[in-house]
Structures are given as C-alpha cells and as structure tokens.
Design a binder for this molecule. Sequence first.
Ligand SMILES: NC(=O)c1ccc[n+]([C@@H]2O[C@H](COP(=O)([O-])OP(=O)(O)OC[C@H]3O[C@@H](n4cnc5c(N)ncnc54)[C@H](OP(=O)(O)O)[C@@H]3O)[C@@H](O)[C@H]2O)c1
Length: 317
Amino acid sequence: MAGHRGMVGSAIVRQLQAKGYKNIVTRTHAELDLCNQQAVVQFFQEEKPDQVYLAAAKVGGIHANNTYPAEFIYQNLMVEANVIHQAFECGVKKLLFLGSSCIYPKMAPQPMPEDALLTGKLESTNEPYAIAKIAGIKLCESYNRQYSQSHGVDYRSVMPTNLYGPGDNYHPENSHVIPALIRRFHEAKEKNLPEVVIWGTGTPMREFLYVDDMAAASVFVMELDKSTYDQHTEPMQSHINVGSGSDVAIKALAELIRQIIGYQGKIIFDPTKPDGSPRKLMSSARLFGIGWYPQVNLIDGLTIACRDFANTFSESN
Ligand SMILES: NC(=O)c1ccc[n+]([C@@H]2O[C@H](COP(=O)([O-])OP(=O)(O)OC[C@H]3O[C@@H](n4cnc5c(N)ncnc54)[C@H](OP(=O)(O)O)[C@@H]3O)[C@@H](O)[C@H]2O)c1
C-alpha cells in the first residue's frame, strides 16, 4: 500500500482490514522515498507483494501546483515509473493506480466521460500534475498491452473526483474547498466572528465523494474479475471514473457546513474573486454500470468530516 498515511491511502487500509486482509505492507515516506529508484528496487525484491495500491503522490491545491510545477511533474512521474516498473519486475500481477479528475481537458463535456481523455487542452494551473497522472494511466495500459498475455499483468486505474473526509489536509492556505470551509466556520464560531467571507459568487457546481466510498470503490475495482473489467474498458481507454454522480453549488455546500458546525454568523460571497469553472462533474456511468454505488451521502459525510476536524483541532491546541 503506497501512500498509507495519506487521506486516501489510510482509507484503503481501513477498507482492506475490514475485508480481512492481514498482511498489508506499508512504508512511510521517510522509510522509503518512492522517487528513489534503487530504494524501490530493494523494497520490491525484499517484500515481493502480491498486489499494489498506488495512492502515493505529491498532491496540492492551485497555489502549490503553480509555485512548484517542477516538483509536481518530476516526483509524480518518478513515483509512478518506479513503482509500476518494479511491480512488474517482481512479478506483481495486480496493481491499482489512483489518478485524478484533472486529467480531463478544461473544456471537456459535462459530465466528463472517460473517453474525454486527451481530447483537448488541460487546465494550465495543474497541467504538469495532470500530465504525470495521464502518464500513470498510460504506464498501466502499456504494461498490460505488452505483458498481459505473457506475464498475466493486470494493472488498473481509477480517477477520483474531489474527495473529503477524515485525514484531510486542513492547512489554512493550501487546502481543498471542504476542509477549508470546515476550518473557517469552526474558527469563526470559536472566535464569535459576525461573518465569513467566501471567494467568488457561490454559484459554481462541484462534485464530492466521501473518502471511505473512494476506498471501497478502489478495492471493488481491484477485485473485479478480469473479464468484467475488460468488458467495461478498452486496452487504451482503461481508466474508470469514481464520483458520487451529483454535484452541489458552493453556496449550498457552505450553508450545509455552517449548519453542521452550528456557526450563527453570516456567509458573504465576494464576487470580485474568481469562480473557476462553472461546473466540474465526472460521469461515473462506467462504474455504476458495473454495479458499484457510493454509500455515504453528503450530509452524513460532512458531519463525520466536521467531527474529525474538531477532534484534530482540539488535540493540536
Ligand atoms: N484528495 C483528493 O481530493 C483527491 C482527488 C483526486 C485524486 N486524488 C488522488 O488520490 C491519491 C492520494 O491522495 P491523498 O489525498 O490521499 O493525498 P495525501 O493525503 O497527500 O497522501 C499522499 C501520500 O503519499 C505520500 N508520498 C508522496 N510522495 C511520496 C514519495 N516520494 N515517497 C513516498 N511516499 C510519498 C505522502 O507522504 P508525505 O505526506 O510524507 O509526503 C502521503 O502520505 C493521489 O494520487 C491523488 O492524486 C486525491
């Protein structure tokens, strides 16, 4: 399990443990830098895992992607190339790679289907990260195409929508919209502030999935029998979107979080600040067609996430 301390990796570990998997091999970033080819070679030779979940990645918001584009493309390409190639070298037959919805063109049709990949220009702010994620999909596909007959290689990819839940990054400047709103309403309540100002008009629509649903979908896709996976994918169009299937306006999302936290002040939208794309929704028809559906609705998921933040916040104070 690569990336087991991350939000998604830790949720996949929980999911695997709940399903009775006993021998889950993990290393922290400090113990094994997946950019270091020699260290990755040694790890695979020593451990010889049966399956690999690749949820380790350099991840960040717009600001981080814009400030450190070289780190984002280099580290993600290295992690993917090292892990996928050494998995192959050591006889791993089953691997699941986690990508991201940012692989799709900026102007992709909504909801975005898997075959929108490589049909147009990417969003420029995270292009280096997206290119690395596209390379990850193509690595999996290329190893399948060259080695599935001869070596039984079966490497799959899932593309998550925006995720949230326990273990999220609540950094004040560098977090995604849900953890950022949770933190701001929580702090406004603590400090008795009269209002919370949110950038933009509040009208953009976004899709969110609770992280334990993502973990369940990851294990579901990994465990699918090969004929079902092959029937629903193509050799050079093999990735599967994982979303909730519905989106919500930022305004409604903010109102929900305000209510769950119990903040009594006002929400003010600042329309002079940028909104981003009006809508970003993935089509999860392929996955739903195979028979997987999310279990945690937005209100329940947000309630757990707000509780997680309150626990983390009170522990760190
Ligand atoms: N969160 C989302 O909304 C979202 C949405 C779509 C896709 N995804 C994808 O899901 C995956 C997991 O995301 P996440 O949100 O769980 O991210 P995360 O919380 O930042 O976890 C990533 C993990 O990877 C580790 N890692 C990074 N570089 C490494 C390296 N060179 N060697 C070893 N370990 C390394 C990190 O360790 P350190 O922290 O010690 O560096 C961290 O534990 C990523 O592929 C991401 O693109 C996430």
